[in-house]
Design a protein around this ligand. Structure first.
Ligand code: TNX
Length: 524
């Protein structure tokens, strides 16, 4: 119903906004607390975004939101623009440093008729809250409320903060190479669900994917192949910087991984002095593991590693460097321990915190290093006993490369079949017995790429499961419920379709068909 009409399209009308129930919205991850107030905020062509606070990245977050509103609704709110009419609906991003926030990503959203106020301690938190705002904007405008389209946003308040500060996924660009554009699209999709870490598995037996200027053959030779005989590829340092910058603009940390001392065939073929097997070396396009190792007793190998860690660390703003360390079946145990101890010092020298797969707990690692649990709970416990923190990536629950079921087009099943419900129904806090919560850094879902070679196949394995891992790592346990989640997941189709995501339409979900109209409005 229209209260005071002005006839033309570009002046503001008084509008009676519909009553909407905030608690019915299909938000993922589920927020900590929501209170509905049954009205709605008017998003329309008059809406503008205003920032308040000293963090200079707030305006960047506001522009990001303006761009995403444009993508979804076809209107682009001005950011910090002057306006004649102080009554225009306003989205306010406001930094409040002094409040007692649960953590640095916590946010509070207060939505009423004419204002949508996002209060935060940091720009990072604003970015997380902005994802919630994006999800609250309806897919289709309501064209009956006024003479111009309006997107009513359910009114109420949301108070939200993450259960884990580390919420990640890993992409294996070594077994099959993925382009900068592919990685950016993956970042887009993950960021929408508040994932804040992307671990890049940059090297393996089948390929070396990052340019190292002091050792050019790594990519010239080692980057030329991939699984299945396709042509490989690699990131130049500029490409990598581009990915890092894109991740940074999405408040996401990149963790580079150089897998050693096993999984190193591509490096050793490029520079044979690295090899510790003594066997004939040739490029490898198969999928076996455990056959390669560096020579762990040669100083020149460590000089090489120093260069690699130095060059990559200089391009990586995040605090972590991942040294792999998994499945070194061709490295003697003593040599393995000696190797990890020495490489840890190199990583520290270059200012990074070492991360490694759970096997590294067998070495004499420092308590500040981090173990990534994937297979062996005993190793995870060892790590915790050494004072280390642990990233949870249990293969049976969190491996995105496991098949959904026996009919899955891509993926492996050595650890398990992982249908969408199995991926969601487990508790990271209790999965490995006797790990106190404060020793758990967070959750990461790795996507290994032996069986996938393009973005569609990547998306098929990652989605929808990655959305569940996002909720598992953000939402508190009492807010997680499979039956509730599966309904919210079903409503992700308009977004996934808008983003042209080739997700696996699991029969366990009653997928909602996006309204026809949204297809016309939505832009790429
Ligand atoms: C195990 S998980 C591996 C990878 C494989 C993956 C396939 C881990 C640390 N190592 O080398 O790609 O299984 O699922």
């Amino acid at each position: 119903m229209v209260i005071g009409i002005t006839s033309c399209n570009d002046t503001r009308e008084e509008i009676a906004m519909p009553s909407l129930d905030l608690s019915e919205e299909h938000l993922i991850p589920k927020p900590t607390k929501m209170v509905t107030s049954n009205g709605s905020f008017r998003l329309d062509q008059f809406t503008r975004i205003v920032t308040q606070g000293e963090d200079e990245r707030l305006a960047e977050v506001a522009s990001f939101l303006a761009g995403k509103i444009d993508q979804k609704a076809g209107i682009r709110p001005g950011v910090n623009t002057q306006t004649e009419d102080e009554y225009d609906p306003i989205i306010l991003l406001r930094q409040l440093k002094d409040a007692s926030w649960a953590n640095q990503e916590a946010y509070r959203l207060t939505i009423s008729r004419d204002s949508l106020i996002l209060e935060v301690p940091t720009a990072e938190a604003a970015f997380r809250g902005v994802q919630t705002i994006r999800q609250l904007i309806p897919d289709v405008s309501n064209d009956t409320l006024a003479s111009h389209p309006i997107w009513p946003v359910a009114a109420g308040t949301i108070e939200d903060y993450p259960n884990f500060g580390f919420r990640g996924s890993m992409l294996d660009v070594a077994r099959h190479f993925f382009s900068v554009e592919d990685v950016k699209k993956y970042i887009d999709l993950l960021a929408y669900y508040k994932i804040n870490v992307l671990h890049l598995h940059l090297t393996d037996d089948q390929g070396w994917r990052i340019e190292i200027k002091s050792w050019p053959k790594l990519t010239e030779v080692g980057g030329s192949t991939e699984v299945g005989g396709e042509s490989g590829g690699f990131f130049t340092q500029d490409d990598y910087k581009d990915i890092v910058a894109y991740a940074t603009s999405h408040f996401m940390t990149i963790i580079p991984e150089v897998d050693m001392p096993g999984h190193t065939n591509a490096a050793s073929v490029s520079y044979p002095f690295l090899d510790g097997t003594g066997k004939p070396l040739k490029l490898y396009e198969g999928t076996r593991v455990g056959f390669s190792t560096f020579d762990t007793r040669k100083d020149t190998v460590y000089a090489f590693i120093d260069d690699v860690v130095r060059e990559i660390s200089a391009l990586t703003p995040g605090p972590y460097f991942h040294i792999g360390g998994d499945e070194s079946h061709s490295t003697k145990k003593d040599d393995y321990i000696y190797f990890v101890n020495r490489v840890e010092k190199i990583v520290r020298k270059h200012g990074k915190t070492m991360v490694g797969w759970d096997e590294i707990a067998e070495a004499d690692v420092e308590s500040s290093s981090i173990a990534q649990f994937w297979a062996d709970a005993e190793n995870a416990t060892k790590a915790v006993n050494k004072g280390m923190k642990v990233i949870l990536s249990p293969a049976k629950k969190a491996y995105l490369d496991m098949q959904y079921d026996t009919l899955s087009k891509h993926g492996l099943h050595w650890a398990a079949y992982i249908p969408v419900d199995t991926a969601y129904i487990w508790n990271p806090e209790t999965y490995v017995p006797n790990i106190p919560k404060d020793r758990i850094l967070g959750v990461e879902a790795p996507l290994w790429s032996e069986t996938i070679s393009n973005i569609q196949e990547l998306e098929y394995l990652a989605f929808p499961r990655a959305i569940g891992y996002a909720e598992l790592s953000w939402s508190q346990e009492e807010n997680r419920d499979w039956e509730d989640f599966r309904v919210r997941l079903a409503h992700q189709t308009p977004y996934l379709d808008m983003m042209d995501v080739s997700y696996y339409p699991s029969p366990r979900i009653d997928w909602v068909k996006p309204p026809e109209k949204s297809r016309q409005i939505l832009k790429d």
